[in-house]
Design a protein around this ligand. Sequence first.
Ligand SMILES: C[S@@+](CC[C@H](N)C(=O)[O-])C[C@H]1O[C@@H](n2cnc3c(N)ncnc32)[C@H](O)[C@@H]1O
Length: 461
Amino acid sequence: MTWPYFPFFVRVADLEVLLVGGGEVALRKARLLNKAGARVAVVSEAVHPGFDEIDSVRVIGRQFKVEQLDGVRLCIAATDDAALNRTVAAACEARGIWVNVVDDPLASRIITPAIIDRSPILIAIGSAGQAPVLARRLRERLEGLIPQGYGRLARFIGAVRERLKGQVTPDDARRLWEAFLDGPGAEAALQGDTATAQAAVDDWLAGNPSRRGEVWLVGAGPGDPDLLTFKALRLMQSCDVVLFDRLIPDAIMDLVRRDSERVFVGKKRDQHTVPQEEINAELLRRAQAGQRVLRLKGGDPFIFGRGGEEIEPLARAGVPFQVVPGITAASGCAAYAGIPLTHRDHAQTCLFVTGHARADGQLSLPWDTLARRGQTVVVYMGLATLATLCAAFRGHGLPDDWPCAMVENGTLASQRVVTGTLADLPQRVTDAGLSGPSLLIVGTVVRLHRTLGIVTAPGMS
Ligand SMILES: C[S@@+](CC[C@H](N)C(=O)[O-])C[C@H]1O[C@@H](n2cnc3c(N)ncnc32)[C@H](O)[C@@H]1O
């Protein structure tokens, strides 16, 4: 199929552009032209007040006249009068001036694309005017895939290329940038760490390509893959090896780079968790061997995730690391179960605590702070100690009929919510046979589940 248009970028800095129209559509065009440095002359009966905020705009008349095209190289007709727009287009064609008519590709010599802006990287998507909504959809999808830091990365590469001009052959320059983009320097430049990025370039030039490893401690959220952050996804797709635990569902593991090595550190076959010291040592060893190590954790690494313990040895050894927050189980379960954790009429405070018992079987929790009205308490790892927890809440002053809920496998298709009171929830949970990862929510916000607990997770019924 032949192309209906030839795509290219035009330098409009200091170019005189005529914009016929002064409404909202024209205003959007004026803003874009201003971004690119054009001088914009506006012709319109009425001009949107937003034009006042654009420096490069001058209003030169109320009615379109052919003489206004003198000295103009580019024109945009954006009035709501189709006949006037066509008159402007015809006048431009007659004078060899490039013209765009909004929503009228047939009258346009040029059309404007949907734009993804990671300046200096600009991605333009066009549909030859046939399906602009589809082009915008595509833009939305790509927006999520292209990190905001791409602009920083491109500027870094641009600056170094300028400095290296004449010092390396074009072939070497290409090899350098290919190696750079596959290595740790690119990730550093994306983050704005130009010193590390520059070190990667210097190492390559010295014939010693960087083998610098690093660790990415990434929160994978509570289970639904749609709750991953863009950054988590990007690092998942760039790692050499992933160390993951029991809470990471297959649907999320499927998104990790296919040829990365996978190391399961959740439970061994004998059902013993890999000791924390072994995980810490493994992260350090692999990063020091030059690997980009993804440590993928359920929820948020810094909320009952031992994230601090895992990065301390790295920090001590000077191994670079990044921590990427994830949606913690409390936020995920609350949202998908329709239980707001705070609510003006119910809870002004929300506390996250662990229900994990100490080696002596005791819970060490600040009960006087927890057993209060007007707040929500979320208990992680409280399934095994549920009866003890509920008894302690009652023993410290909350009534027997105080609402509470257990959410199992929150945000997954298998999510189950069991509601009850401090007096009867343990039995209800036993009757329901909950055994997966479960979160206890205590407080009158649980009453809202009845009205807000609509089906939100994929496949949930
Ligand atoms: C070791 S903690 C890890 C918490 C994690 N770092 C976070 O921010 O969600 C594990 C506990 O989190 C809770 N949990 C994690 N994912 C869950 C889910 N999808 N549904 C319910 N509870 C969950 C359970 O209480 C589980 O025992």
